[in-house]
Write a protein that binds this ligand. Structure first.
Ligand code: BGC
Length: 797
């Protein structure tokens, strides 16, 4: 394995789903899992192709209830390419790793080229050995194209091989076992046809969202072909080829596929566009070459250089982030899907996970961040309606978002341990609005995009702030505002023990971020050009009295404390202590303690046990100084001791049932107790490659954690903040990650390089006619001119 390749030797049916996720290829427009082209979906294999933002809504009956679910649709499979020897009576089985003797199997994911190479050697019943080498790509420059090259070599025989290349419309959403009882038949009106001697097509549409999908597939052979014919079935368009193989010589079959949907801009009909595109597509070699160039350019913009195994994993994470959110995403109306375009877990929904991904993108691909924020802005009206539906004003963004921005969180979820369907209250995670606001602010600070800040950004901030103010009720006895009935990032706790109604009061994370949103929004409104401020006030009915209330709420929201630490919510400290040792001894892996306890007839709501970082998220989002300032504004002195005690307290009470948890703890501990940070950073790095959340990676990667690990280096270790027109740096040395370098795009400067080595930080600004960059360290400030670099020796911490 080199620095840029990930190899998977052998064939292990139990591991196949994980490999398929990790070997997914995509380009931000669509992605296809790294499944074996000769295998259809079954209990081992799951080929899936997903176009960003292509959703469909279906109703299913679950536990006696009718439930509606919107899902990212598994589109017709363009991969199928199967083969067999001994075709005379047509009875020989198609070769698959599960049906024919498999001599060798190897997958190699090449991050630099964005290709997946596969070697497979089969031996048939007559002892004939055939080697197939496959190379596949999902084109990074032409986002509607994909290609699969297969090179066949007969090793110890000569004779005919039969090959079938197909487009398969008989697919459903069936990639997640827990969702098996849900209706997954999203495609209707499947039609197939032939449009040229070497090209077949398939079209269909999604059943309720009415998205039309068109695919065309061209199959060409380099070498002699004995016979070809098309086989068009209702749901499958196949091309059959008979190839005479000569021992030791290689025959190449290239399959080139185009995919369009009616959501694409600048097309008239998706099928027509696909047919045109595939007919004009160059041969495989030319496609490969332009694809590699596109990746090379992407890597240049996203340069991240970290030594050792951590660097290798970070590159893999960056690869999957870029395959989900690439410059092509900038043209689309899509959000950040929590599980990438890599599988069907969480149904392709968009959660708060963009909070972990955008800060990275802001400083490399600001146009992509902007597009992802526009996805939120287009759904602002829907969010305002959601707030109105619960009797509030402003905007309530949904916990899970899909096509139109309504709340997509399911009403019931399955506990696979108990087999019970249970009410799902995670929609009470209103804090997602703060994540949107935080991203608006961070994006604008990093990019200097005041146009966005003053228009769409201000509109979102205003409505999110308004929602928080309207959610806060003044409690005379406490002299504080309270936000009640919510769920924090730790979704284990969704109600007080024995309570009739779900929701918790005074979640510290919710309240502190709400206070931040309110005060930031006040700043932004104050800084707006006067005509624009007037316009916004008139349009939204905002007036001085409302602003006064925001000011008041932003200073008096309640942050509960107990035993000298910040309380996750009011009453957290009164809950029972869990016997962690006993549960670990009994169950081993207790990450999903909520499911374990429910299956035992108990509930995690009774215990001081958290799924993931909740209070500690504050230390992830805000620098120590900013956090202190926020608390001061709320009337509390947050001294170092209180924060350290708070970190210790929750560290002992968190099961890390989300991949986001290790990441946040790693970042926070890097500043608090360095010696322990690496354990959590490593967990964040290994979350998907080692499938730490027990089989969930096979259902899609964890994009938030992957993006977050990039940000762990970019902002976590450097302490980088983009604030008041300067780059603020406050590096923390982490022995295991002590040398790193990366390039940033900052306020019109392309390729600003930061390099940390031997406790020295070097900042280089590429030559341009732009202004110098101001760098602020805790003990000094410097200015670096374009074309210059500076080396800063860091003060020992
Ligand atoms: C986590 C959430 C996250 C979601 C999607 C859940 O397990 O608790 O914080 O947003 O996964 O990644």
């Amino acid at each position: 394995m080199g620095d840029w390749t990930w190899d998977y030797e052998g064939y292990d049916p139990g591991d196949e789903r994980l490999r398929e996720s990790m070997c997914t290829l995509g380009n931000g427009y669509f992605a296809t899992r790294g499944a074996a082209p000769e295998c259809a979906a079954d209990s081992v294999h799951y080929p899936g192709t997903y176009v960003a933002g292509c959703y469909n809504r279906l109703t299913s009956e679950v536990a006696g209830h009718l439930v509606e679910n919107e899902e990212m649709v598994n589109l017709p499979n363009w991969l199928p390419l199967r083969f067999r020897t001994g075709t005379s009576d047509g009875a020989a089985p198609w070769f698959t790793p599960d049906t024919v003797t498999l001599l060798d199997h190897r997958l190699s994911l090449d991050l630099h080229s964005g290709t997946l190479e596969r070697h497979v050697r089969y031996e048939d019943a007559q002892g004939r050995r055939t080697h197939a080498r496959q190379l596949r790509l999902v084109h990074m420059a032409q986002p509607h194209l994909a290609a699969l090259r297969t090179e066949f070599t007969a090793e110890n025989w000569s004779g005919d091989i039969e090959v079938e290349a197909a487009l398969d419309g008989a697919v459903t959403n069936a990639g997640v076992d827990r969702y098996r009882q849900l209706n997954g038949d999203h495609l209707t009106h499947v039609r197939t046809g032939t449009c040229a001697a070497d090209t077949v097509w398939l079209r269909c549409r999604t059943s309720t969202s009415g998205i039309r999908i068109g695919l065309a597939s061209r199959t060409t052979v380099e070498g002699p072909v004995t016979r070809t014919c098309d086989h068009l079935a209702e749901l499958r368009a196949a091309q059959l080829l008979q190839l005479p193989l000569v021992q030791g010589r290689t025959t190449t079959v290239d399959k080139t596929v185009a995919l369009h949907t009616s959501r694409d801009p600048a097309i008239s009909d998706p099928l027509r566009s696909s047919v045109d595109r595939v007919s004009r597509a160059p041969g495989f070699d030319a496609l490969l070459s332009s694809h590699r160039t596109a990746w090379r350019l992407l890597w240049r913009r996203a340069a991240l250089d970290v030594a050792g195994e951590a660097g290798r994993i970070l590159r893999l994470h960056l690869f999957h982030v870029l395959q989900t959110l690439s410059p092509h995403t900038a043209d689309l109306d899509v959000g950040v899907p929590a599980r990438g375009l890599h599988g069907e877990a969480y149904r392709g929904h968009v959660f708060w996970d963009e909070l972990f991904v955008l800060p990275y993108l802001n400083l490399h691909f600001p146009e992509v961040s902007r597009a992802l924020l526009r996805y939120r802005h287009r759904r602002l009206e829907q969010a305002c309606l959601a707030a109105r539906d619960i009797g509030r004003t402003g905007a309530l963004y949904p916990w899970q978002s899909g096509s139109d921005g309504r709340e997509e969180t399911q009403l019931l979820h399955l506990n696979p341990h108990s087999g019970r369907w249970l009410p799902d209250h995670s929609r009470l995670q209103h804090h997602v609005g703060s994540a949107v606001a935080y991203n608006v602010w961070q994006y604008c600070e990093a990019s200097g995009d005041t146009e966005f800040l003053h228009t769409k950004g201000a509109e979102m901030l205003l409505q999110i702030a308004r929602f928080w103010a309207s959610s806060a009720a003044y409690d005379e006895s406490l002299g504080r505002y309270r936000i009640r009935g919510v769920v924090g990032p730790d979704e284990y706790h969704d109600a007080y023990p024995g309570a009739e109604e779900p929701g918790l009061d005074d979640n510290a994370y919710t309240n502190v971020t709400a206070a931040w949103v309110l005060s930031r929004t006040l700043d932004v409104l104050r800084a707006l050009p006067e005509p624009r401020r007037r316009e916004l006030f008139e349009r939204t009915g905002l007036d001085g009295a409302e602003l006064d209330r925001w000011e008041d709420v932003s200073r008096k929201l309640r942050v509960p404390f107990h035993a000298g630490v910040i309380s996750q919510f009011d009453g957290y400290g009164d809950l029972a202590e869990l016997n962690w040792d006993a549960y670990t001894a009994r169950y081993g892996d207790i990450r999903r303690l909520d499911r374990i306890l429910e299956a035992e007839g108990d509930t995690v709501n009774r215990y001081q046990a958290s799924k993931q970082a909740d209070v500690l998220m504050l230390g992830y989002l805000f620098s120590p100084n900013e956090l202190k300032e926020l608390f001061r504004r709320l009337g509390h002195e947050l001294d170092e001791q209180t924060w350290h005690d708070t970190v210790d307290y929750y560290l002992r009470r968190t099961s890390h049932g989300s991949t986001l948890s290790g990441l946040v703890h790693g970042c926070v501990l890097a500043r608090v107790r360095r010696a322990e940070a690496w354990k959590y950073c490593r967990e964040a790095l290994e979350g998907d490659i080692a499938d730490l959340q027990g089989g969930t990676t096979g259902e899609g990667i964890h994009l938030g954690a992957m993006g977050g690990t990039l940000d762990l280096v970019q902002r976590g270790l450097t302490g980088l903040e983009t604030r008041s027109g300067a780059l603020w740096l406050d590096p923390v040395p982490l022995p295991e990650l002590s040398e790193y370098g990366f390039a940033l795009r900052y306020r019109g400067h392309w390729g600003v390089r930061l390099r940390m080595r031997h406790g020295k930080l070097e900042v280089s600004v590429p030559a341009s006619d732009r202004s110098p960059i101001a760098i602020v360290l805790p003990d000094r400030a410097v200015s670096v001119d374009p074309g210059e670099s500076c080396r800063l020796t860091l003060r020992d911490r």
